[in-house]
Design a protein around this ligand. Structure first.
Ligand SMILES: Cc1cc2nc3c(=O)[nH]c(=O)nc-3n(C[C@H](O)[C@H](O)[C@H](O)COP(=O)(O)OP(=O)(O)OC[C@H]3O[C@@H](n4cnc5c(N)ncnc54)[C@H](O)[C@@H]3O)c2cc1C
Length: 478
């Protein structure tokens, strides 16, 4: 049998999606103050009502009821975005699809899996791995499929998850269901990859899958000058990441390729040692958050320690590509044209060398192909994703505002487009100039959500006031 229907009944006591880490939604949905906070605990919101529909019909009912009441409705995923993209406006309505999270179908003749959109990626990865299948790309795993599709979630080398989307089901502001695919409504399909949560409630998604694979990953250290000089060859691997530790000359190069070797999962002892190393690192970061002059020292120690801990790993792709969530952090991430990556790093190095900013954590570079989703930061160009990390060890924020501001201006000036989940400060006028299909997205939005039912303060800022379809924004100087 080629098609394996899964979960005809809604799972009872043990839902597929188990929350990991701090709950994004607390306390319960029925009484008392309602508080929502994101994973990094950098954004807190106070919705007026919380809805947990199970099933498409229940989602439609929520949408219609809230629209009729004239409130706003924010769909939240796992709250992994460091920006305010998922935060409901005060007193408005929040809907979570945590109870709408089943795998619906695995079609092994078409290499496709169909899921309810609230499923978490780790749950889906586990489901696929048990059957010999895998997602072609993986970034964070505690996020939901809908959240990743809505923010252009990406991995290393294999591009964004939305690249592997073949069909999407979305409920618009009038409660109408749209079955989107390249063959049905191409405009709405491309606008919704990613849709930023602004077009409707994603209720189901069909994604391409690949046979499960094993990866051999290696970590080596090179000098920053060598990384800059040889960047193209260093990232030639199937998957590659570069981690530059500011205040040091050290770059860790992580590379992975498929192998026919048998997977060697880490031993229990190795896992304990890794957890211990993370705890020690977190304690050191806590110390450098209190005494920022320690940051260079901690960066140097982290770079050496990480290198020493694991040089080569051969394991299943899902285990190699997904690390534990680790130390709470926020990441300022931009997609810049791949050919600008070197110059961006040089400028960041100069900014740190001038001594006016302290950088508490590594800068991560990942490369990915050009994408076709209209508001994907990698739209139309091979992209280097530059992630500037700011840790929050044991809940204490390391001082990184001036580092983020400096790095943000370097990245924006390099024609960078901010990751939608990232805490950037761009407004609609500026962003419109960075995306060729900005007005086309606005047209689809005007069609799907003419009154801004799905908007929040973040979307008001980044997408601007809604306008009637057809009226184009004035051209802006680049
Ligand atoms: C530890 C960590 C590691 C990360 N690593 C990566 C990485 O490797 N690559 C990467 O690209 N990103 C990464 N991120 C960012 C993360 O991937 C995004 O924040 C994530 O995709 C958001 O998913 P979420 O389920 O948490 O959605 P949320 O943050 O809850 O929501 C994000 C947006 O999706 C919308 N949304 C959610 N569900 C729906 C729905 N059903 N219908 C319509 N809209 C919806 C929300 O309205 C909101 O606009 C990481 C984040 C963390 C915390």
């Amino acid at each position: 049998m080629s098609t394996v229907p899964v979960g005809p009944e809604r799972p009872p006591a043990a839902p597929l999606q188990e929350p990991a880490g701090p709950p994004a939604l607390a306390p319960d949905t029925t009484a008392g103050p309602r508080i929502w906070t994101n994973w990094a605990r950098t954004v807190t919101a106070f919705p007026g009502s919380v809805h947990l529909p199970a099933g498409r019909a229940a989602v439609i009912e929520v949408v219609r009821e809230v629209a009729e009441r004239g409130s706003r409705l924010k769909v939240v995923g796992a709250g992994q975005s460091p920006s305010g993209i998922a935060a409901p406006d005060p007193g408005t309505d929040l809907v979570s699809l945590s109870r709408h999270s089943r795998v619906l179908d695995l079609d092994v003749t078409r290499d496709e899996v169909t899921v309810e959109a609230g499923i978490r990626i780790d749950a889906l990865v586990g489901f696929l791995a048990a059957r010999g299948w895998a997602l072609p790309t993986l970034g964070a795993v505690a996020q939901t499929v809908a959240g990743a599709l809505s923010t252009a979630g990406h991995g290393s080398g294999d591009g964004s998850l939305d690249r592997y989307l073949t069909a999407l089901e979305i409920v618009d502001a009038a409660g109408r269901v749209h079955d989107l695919s390249p063959d049905t409504d191409r405009s709405a399909f491309d606008a919704s990859r990613p849709g930023l949560g602004a077009l409707g409630v994603l209720t189901a998604a069909t994604l391409r899958v690949v046979p499960a694979f094993t990866l051999c990953a290696t970590v080596t250290a090179v000098s920053l000058d060598r990384a800059l000089a040889e960047m193209d060859s260093l990232v030639e691997a199937e998957r590659a990441r570069l981690f530059w530790y500011p205040h040091t000359d050290r770059v860790l190069v992580w590379r992975a390729h498929r192998t026919a070797q048998a997977p060697h999962p880490p031993s229990a002892l190795r896992s304990v040692a890794d957890r211990l190393a993370t705890a020690v690192h977190q304690a050191a970061l806590w110390g450098s958050a209190a005494v920022p002059a320690l940051m260079p020292l901690v960066n140097r120690a982290a770079a050496s320690g990480l290198l020493a801990s694991r040089r080569t790993v051969v394991d299943t792709g899902d285990r190699v590509l997904t690390s534990p969530e680790g130390i709470p952090r926020q990441v300022l991430e931009y997609g810049v044209p791949a050919e600008s990556a070197r110059e961006v790093v040089r400028q960041l190095r100069r900014a740190v060398a001038r001594g006016r900013v302290r950088a508490p954590a590594p800068v991560e570079l990942q490369f990915g192909p050009a994408e076709t989703g209209w508001l994907n930061p990698a739209y139309g160009r091979r992209t280097c994703w530059v992630g500037v990390v700011g840790y929050r060890p044991f809940g204490r924020a390391a001082e990184c505002a001036s580092w983020f501001a400096t790095a943000g201006s370097v990245l924006a000036a390099a024609d960078g487009r901010p990751h939608w989940a990232s805490p950037h400060a761009h407004g609609a006028a500026d962003l419109a100039a960075r995306y060729a299909r900005w007005d086309d997205f606005a047209d689809v939005r005007a069609r799907m959500d003419p009154d801004g039912l799905f908007a929040n303060a973040y979307l008001d800022r980044v997408l601007g006031a809604r306008r009637p379809p057809g009226r184009r924004a004035a051209p802006r100087p680049r």
